[in-house]
Structures are given as structure tokens and as C-alpha cells.
Design a binder for this molecule. Structure first.
Ligand SMILES: C[S@@+](CC[C@H](N)C(=O)[O-])C[C@H]1O[C@@H](n2cnc3c(N)ncnc32)[C@H](O)[C@@H]1O
Length: 303
């Protein structure tokens, strides 16, 4: 949905734009071709391998481009060295890139055999998905599968893992796939694996907490009339963005039971998309992985 992102995000072709999930640089390229040479582009990605490759590949931009290998939650600290301290447009394209998904060494794909890693930043000493499945309690695994995977059989899947890991450590994607496949019949197997792998990835990378943490920070670095665009890929992420945009576009967020406002909350955003935009059938045909994408955009109310 790069065309829609550019159309809705760019309000000043000579402005400053921040892509907080730069990945392979697809959106940065689309922005670059639609901006004047005096515009400035900045990017973040938590995956240092992606930042290194994208920095190399995007050297021919007419505009200034600065990429940082860091989580977007640290944006306020990391941007102190930027020439711009306020932005005309900020983009979050959540989830993982095709490059990450297609690399067996990253452990994101249940169809590819590899270490059960799933960390966006492999240079960190954060827990891997293997650490989680081998060391989490039954209750923790149930919580991950139910909350992050919306898996109806979460307690059963968690019990299976706890039983099987006592016989043999679960080290690879195939170890986990074999356990699930032995107990879930083919008609349900793929969807179960999608949900379990998604929940482990979200838990390993603290994805929902990070999203909730970063959104309020972005308001403080948007120019009046500047925009935030967020592309989400599942309902948990989309709900967080939707609720944030709705709350921040209201002048009072008090309970409706109170007779008068006590919160003094003032709207900081105006929603540009009341309903999320979704890919066209042509886009889905050319990129099936985009089928669950939802785009929400909001604009900073001028202060
Ligand atoms: C869907 S991809 C982005 C693709 C990119 N928009 C493009 O056009 O190539 C998501 C990217 O977000 C990165 N990411 C995930 N969590 C992050 C975080 N907390 N901070 C920064 N980047 C993150 C991932 O490493 C991945 O490269």
C-alpha cells in the first residue's frame, strides 16, 4: 500500500519524514521519489542487519537520509542528532519484512527449518522463542497463545509443549512444528501454526507493549498538520492504533457517567481515515502477504 501511504502521509514535499520501521526501504524509496530534493528522510529499524543493507542500497537518494539501528521506542533519545526535531510525516509499518520471514536462520517461518529464534535484533541478549517455549510456565504459554495468537485451544497447546519439552528440548522451528502436527489434524494445522508462531514472535519482541509505548511519543514530534500513518497486520495491533487515534481525537475522555469533564484532555489528533484502508484485490494478487494489512492515518491538530 505504498501509494496510499505516500498520498496520505506527504503534506509538504520539502518536509521531514520519519520511517520508524524502515526494513528493506520500500516505503522510503516511495517517499523519496515523491519528495523534492530539499526534503529530509530518517529511518529506524530494530534489526541491525536490515539497517546495514538498506543504508547501502539507498545511497542514491537525492534527499538527505539518516538510518538508525534502534527500536522505535527509543526514538526521542536517538533523534537528538537529527537536523530535524519535528516531522511532517511519521510511518510505522508493523510486523516483519519478507526478507526476515524468508530467512530460515531467523526462525520466523514454520515452513522453513531453522533455529527457533524470532528476535528482530539478534545482536541483543534478549530471550529467543526457544527460550520462551522451553522455560515459560504453563500459564505464561497459555497467556501468549490466547492473548497474542487468539488461539482457542491455548491451554491444550501449552500443555502439549510442556509435556514434550520434558522429553526433549525444543530448539528448532521443525521441533515445534512436529509437536503440533502430531496432535492437530491437517484441516486445522496450518492455522494453528500461524497463530502459535505469531504469538511467540509478539512475545519475544514485546511488540504490543512497544507499540503502546511509542504512539504517545510521536505526538510530541509531529508538526502541526503533520501526519502519522500506521500499517498493521493483525487485529491486536490494529485495535491499539484505533483506540489511540480515537482517544487522541477527543476533547474529553472522562467516563460518560461523570456530570462534567474533569480530565481536561484536549484533542491532539484528527483522524484522516475513520475506517482503515485495506489493499485492493490487485495488490493482494501481486503480494498475498499484504492481505491482512490495514492503514490508519491521523493528523496533528495545529497548536
Ligand atoms: C513490515 S517490515 C517494514 C518494511 C518496510 N516498510 C519496507 O518498505 O521495506 C517491519 C520492520 O519493522 C522492524 N521492527 C519491528 N519492531 C521494531 C521496533 N520496535 N523498532 C524498530 N523497528 C522494528 C522489523 O525489523 C522489520 O524490518
Amino acid at each position: 500500500m505504498a501509494g496510499e501511504v505516500v498520498r496520505l502521509l506527504v503534506t509538504d514535499p520539502e518536509g521531514a519524514y520519519l520511517d520508524l520501521t524502515a526494513g528493506a526501504g520500500g516505503h522510503l524509496k516511495a517517499l523519496s521519489t515523491n519528495l523534492k530534493s530539499s526534503a529530509r528522510l530518517y529511518g529506524f529499524d530494530r534489526d541491525p542487519v536490515a539497517v546495514e543493507r538498506t543504508t547501502r542500497e539507498l545511497q542514491s537518494f537525492e534527499q538527505t537520509l539518516q538510518l538508525v539501528a534502534s527500536s522505535y521506542v527509543d526514538v526521542l533519545d536517538e533523534m537528538v542528532s537529527f537536523e530535524d526535531q519535528l516531522f511532517d510525516g511519521i510511518l510505522l509499518d508493523l510486523g516483519l519484512s519478507s526478507i526476515q520471514l524468508d530467512d530460515p536462520e531467523r526462525g520466523f517461518a514454520f515452513r522453513l527449518d531453522g533455529p527457533l529464534d524470532m528476535r528482530f535484533d539478534r545482536s541483543s541478549d534478549n530471550m529467543t522463542a526457544a527460550d520462551l517455549v522451553n522455560n515459560s510456565t504453563l500459564e505464561e504459554l497459555t497467556y501468549y497463545f490466547r492473548t497474542y495468537g487468539e488461539e482457542r485451544q491455548a491451554p491444550r497447546m501449552a500443555r502439549l509443549i510442556v509435556t514434550e519439552r520434558q522429553k526433549k528440548m525444543i530448539r528448532t522451528t521443525s521441533d515445534l512444528v512436529d509437536i503440533i502436527s502430531a496432535h492437530v489434524p491437517p484441516p486445522y494445522r496450518t492455522k494453528t501454526l500461524v497463530r502459535l508462531f505469531q504469538s511467540l514472535r509478539i512475545a519475544v519482541n514485546h511488540e504490543l507493549e512497544m507499540l503502546e509505548n511509542v504512539l504517545p511519543k510521536l505526538i510530541s514530534i509531529l508538526k502541526g498538520g503533520g501526519r502519522i500513518a500506521v500499517l498493521t497486520y493483525h487485529s491486536l495491533e490494529d485495535r491499539i492504533v484505533k483506540q489511540f487515534f480515537v482517544r487522541e481525537s477527543q476533547n474529553c475522555i472522562c467516563s460518560s457517567e461523570l456530570p462534567a469533564c474533569v480530565c481536561n484532555h484536549l484533542a491532539s489528533l484528527a483522524r484522516i481515515t475513520k475506517r482503515p484502508l485495506v489493499p485492493t484485490s490487485e495488490e493482494i494478487a501481486s503480494n498475498p502477504r499484504a492481505r491482512s494489512a490495514k492503514l490508519r492515518v491521523a493528523e496533528r491538530v495545529a497548536t
